[in-house]
Design a binder for this molecule. Structure first.
Ligand SMILES: O=C(O)CCC(=O)C(=O)O
Ligand SMILES: [Fe+2]
Length: 202
């Protein structure tokens, strides 16, 4: 997978592997979304809108009830173009909608993370995603997902790779993996769920 990303970005195939060679951090988590005996309070959902603060993430699920309950993984897309909306996008006044992700049978969903987006200067997008509550009548079905969050070495620098060469303007300031992890508590991916994040379309 790291080789595929590197080749897609016209980099040496081992570009990412070289930066994840000494002490890469790859948390693996299992999420159990239990059947919902009662309606969740407030705007609580299975997982609030966020993006992953990783290089990339691999997700597989039990698939049970994902499609027909609408309680599975969804990504945010631009209604006009169908393109994924990334964590930088201004959504005020923009027509966006949630789209169900259909996982290929026995396959994985690959989420681009914010580190990949920063390295590629936005060519790879860290698309906003969520897991909403299942629709009424389908809420007695639980869901399990298994995720691997792939991060580079703790001290690896994260900055636009090609900006020096082609003169393009960096979208992001230079930073490093450990600093990005500090932007969150717990796992870095969850720190975007604070109140107000993504406003009313969350
Ligand atoms: O359960 C899922 O399908 C995705 C969960 C997720 O996006 C996350 O934990 O970062
Ligand atoms: Fe996520």
């Amino acid at each position: 997978m790291p080789r595929l990303f590197a080749v897609a970005l016209n980099l040496a195939p081992d570009f990412f592997l070289k930066r994840a060679s000494r002490a890469p951090i790859w948390p693996v988590t299992i999420a159990h979304y239990p059947p919902q005996e009662s309606k969740p309070e407030g705007d609580h959902s299975r997982i609030q809108p966020h993006w992953d603060r990783t290089l990339f993430s691999l997700i597989t699920t039990s698939d049970v009830g994902d499609e027909d309950s609408e309680g599975g993984l969804q990504i945010l897309v631009d209604s006009a173009t169908g393109e994924g909306v990334d964590g930088r996008a201004q959504v005020e006044g923009r027509d966006v909608e949630w789209q169900q992700v259909v996982r290929p049978k026995n396959g994985f969903v690959v989420n681009v993370g914010e580190m990949m987006s920063r390295w590629s200067n936005g060519r790879m997008k860290h698309v906003v995603h969520r897991v909403p509550n299942p629709v009424p009548g389908r809420d007695q079905v639980g869901r399990i997902s298994l995720m691997a969050f792939i991060l580079p070495d703790y001290d690896a620098t994260v900055e636009c790779i090609h900006c020096h060469e082609d003169g393009s303007e960096p979208l992001y300031e230079k930073t490093w993996v450990g600093e990005m992890m500090n932007w969150g508590s717990k796992l870095p991916i969850y720190n975007q769920t604070k109140p107000g994040f993504l406003g009313s379309w969350g």
